[in-house]
Design a protein around this ligand. Structure first.
Ligand code: FES
Length: 117
């Protein structure tokens, strides 16, 4: 005899904001869909490049909520603790608020910028 279990999938409300970009839009995103994929499917103009978690183009900053971005290979643990999120390989794990277009912000706060100026 084979037991059957109901298929349940969590769906979270993910809000994308960026004042400079005039962006404030919320999407319902299933737990098994990458945040960047969902945004781009709904024509939210977020930057992207490698789409594998290896660069910094798609960075956002998590202001509220939780994500699973175990596949990313770019950020340090400190940067993750600061909320930086690699959206191309991040799944929502709760309702979230993400400030988008954060690649330059990451570099502005880094040693690279301090040595260049
Ligand atoms: S697009 Fe390169 S890490 Fe997301």
């Amino acid at each position: 005899m084979c037991a059957t279990f109901p298929l349940t999938m969590a769906i979270y409300q993910v809000r994308f904001i960026n004042a400079d970009q005039g962006l404030d839009q919320t999407l319902a995103i299933p737990e098994d869909v990458y945040i960047l994929d969902a945004a781009q499917e709904h024509h939210i103009p977020l930057p992207s490049a490698c789409r594998q978690g290896d660069c910094s183009v798609c960075l956002a900053r998590l202001l509220k909520g939780d994500v699973d971005q175990q596949e990313q290979a770019f950020l340090s643990s400190t940067e993750i603790d600061q909320g930086y999120t690699v959206t191309c390989v991040a799944y929502p794990r709760s309702d979230c608020v993400l400030e988008t277009h954060q690649e330059q912000k990451l570099y502005e706060g880094s040693l690279y910028k301090k040595f260049r100026t």
